[in-house]
Write a protein that binds this ligand. Sequence first.
Ligand SMILES: [Fe+2]
Ligand SMILES: [Fe+2]
Length: 253
Amino acid sequence: MNDTMTLSQRADALEEKMARELDYIVIKSRLYSMAEGDMSPAPNAGALMKNNPNARVLMGDDPRLPAMPEKPTLMDFFKYRFGPCMHLLQSARHAVNADLPEKMVLACLLHDISTIGFIRGDHGYWGAQLVEPYVDEEVTWAIRAHQVLRFYPDDSVGYDYPQSYITSFGQEYRPDPYIEEDYKRMRNHKWYMSGRQITVHDIYSFDPNVHVELEEFTDIIGRNFRQPERGLGFDNSPVAHMWRAMIRPAKYL
Ligand SMILES: [Fe+2]
Ligand SMILES: [Fe+2]
């Protein structure tokens, strides 16, 4: 491919190449294009199909991704959709070692599922929403709160503003006003310490030399995550479509 092509031209060329070679055409959601800084019009299925009239846009499973069971469980999402999750497993083990209640171990295990499986920005809010129908209310609250509380120190538990944030965001960075407002609300909430506990076990959980297996938490998940019988994505819950978006992230409609 030519080096002078813009990112979006490259993406289009790649999509065209795929359409010629494969019997399916991938058309990405607008959110993915914007995340590439690409404001060009949405790809036109009709135009792409002219290059390969036998190809169809994806409406079923995506052959590039691992197949998922018909009734996927939380463990299945960890295995087949979420990226590397050692940080979550380490933080859940820290919570076990600190004798936190099982539901807080689960909160630590799930606190960043949006980062590893869905959307990064506001990951605490998205992650909390994803699990809300299936966990104790306090777990949802704590997951939502952790991303806000991460920006604010608390001497009482020895939590400092993360050095990694100074490195990544710069010395001058200040959280957005809605985060500040949420912090004030969360600071006075009865479950403040639960959100805070996630931040405490968050920070020690980036050790490249510690390996933890997901299966260590099978029983805790079993007792504290209400796995829907029909599978995540197919249980008619208010968030089922969000799980389906992870099963088939490039579904055309
Ligand atoms: Fe987080
Ligand atoms: Fe984290």
